[in-house]
Design a protein around this ligand. Sequence first.
Ligand SMILES: *[C@@H]1O[C@H](CO)[C@@H](O)[C@H](O)[C@H]1NC(C)=O
Ligand SMILES: *[C@@H]1O[C@H](CO)[C@@H](O)[C@H](O)[C@H]1NC(C)=O
Ligand SMILES: *[C@@H]1O[C@H](CO)[C@@H](O)[C@H](O)[C@H]1NC(C)=O
Length: 490
Amino acid sequence: MARDQSIVFSFRYPCYILVALSAFSSLSFFYWSHSSVPCYSNGQTIEQIQNKNQPINLLSFPLAWNHLSFSSNPPSKILKIALFVKKWPHKSRAGGLERHAQTLHLALAKRGHELHIFTTSAQNKSFPTYPMSNLFFHLSKPTSAGLLDQSLVWKQFQTQNTTGKPFDMIHTESVGLMYTRAQNVSNLAVSWHGIAYEAVHTDIIQEILRAPDEHRAIELTDRTTRVVEEVKFFKNYAQHVATSDHVGDVLKRIYMIPEERVHTILNGVDEGIFRPDIAQGKDFKSKFGIPESKALVLGMAGRLVKDKGHPLMFEALKKMFAENSRFQESVFVLVAGNGPWGARYQDLGPNVLVLGPLDQAQLSRFYNAIDIFVNPTLRAQGLDHTLLEAILSGTPVIATRIASITGSVIVSHEMGYTFSPTVNSLKEALYRVWKDGRRVLQKKGQVGRERGLKLFTATKMAAAYERLFLCIADSVQGGNDYCTYKPSIG
Ligand SMILES: *[C@@H]1O[C@H](CO)[C@@H](O)[C@H](O)[C@H]1NC(C)=O
Ligand SMILES: *[C@@H]1O[C@H](CO)[C@@H](O)[C@H](O)[C@H]1NC(C)=O
Ligand SMILES: *[C@@H]1O[C@H](CO)[C@@H](O)[C@H](O)[C@H]1NC(C)=O
């Protein structure tokens, strides 16, 4: 018992530590270890806040807005929204920032808002079209660094802002619109998908794993300088959205942005695509000839590159296959995606299958075919979408112990496993998954999905952003209708 306690407590650090310390009776310990209620460094949970039944001032709400319930009725006010994003995805396979931009803004357009998207034109690719008359793209040639040409997009924006109805709200995905233009614009919000402070952890991990003959990707001190630069320029953006609880905390505490200008809205993924479907999972397994006799199917997805932790996973599997023949015989590994580690995985033997990149529909079947989703990422920046997709599919997850994941996604052992980014820690965790077995995993998958449906759906994310935009637009125009949340009504 004593040992278990310390595991749970350290596992939930920093979010649970204060509550844990003030709740040292075994009874309250029981409560904390068996609830999926997130709590934050101020020790308040969503239940505690809502139970007071007092109206909540949304702009200073300390938790992720995903915990709140907003009405699904059509919005009472239609907003004209500008979005600045470096790149708009052409296929479902895109990086986190672009996926977020697409999922969110298509949802907002479907809600009836007028969306103007300022982004770069794609070289030699036709731009996707959408059957919506309230969605407008304003394309421009990227700079040589692949960024938005700031003076050009600002001109395009100004034309739209002066010839038509002025914009109610401006949203920039990261520095899509740089602070030099965003400065002094009050109806503006920036969403951060990876900040330098998070990258410090990535650098530490990379340095520890670096082979003696390998070059450092970045001098360790350079990153601290970068953090200082960010602290200095972030404050020029009026409103900030953190996509994980950890980043929300860092923006307030380290970047010193006043709390009423920092809002946490966790990423969401399409719950219509990513959902449990046992039959589809079975089909997928038989299509790829995965024997029913295999007791455990591990799955990975995404770019098969070093940053995503594939050298670590490769090494762990190689060692485990060599040292434990029962493990090797009973386990099957499915790898979706491509990259240099694909071929190496394939060399591990016949119980590893590399599928190449999958589209969203196939990916959904993939999540249903595996017993656990493994994400060994070494990148601490941003909040990974694949974990959320697996969770909504009812699949339990195992991932690296980085703050966005332990603080917002795998917040307890009830929904999955975490490990330190070392081969030994990963091996230990994988053996534990194997020993726990399918039944325990299915239970964790269910717990994860229940929590995921409350927090990680695209609908939840879009509703939270819509409310934030209504609130900011309204308060800039002197109103206050949308910035107050009434627990029972929304
Ligand atoms: C785009 O297409 C043109 C003509 O078809 C070709 O010359 C050019 O190299 C292509 N550019 C890229 C980046 O693929
Ligand atoms: C857009 O136009 C409105 C109305 O003229 C103006 O008040 C606002 O400052 C403009 N926004 C920006 C960012 O220039
Ligand atoms: C914002 O306001 C400050 C202070 O008035 C001014 O120095 C700065 O040039 C303004 N920035 C922009 C982009 O208008």
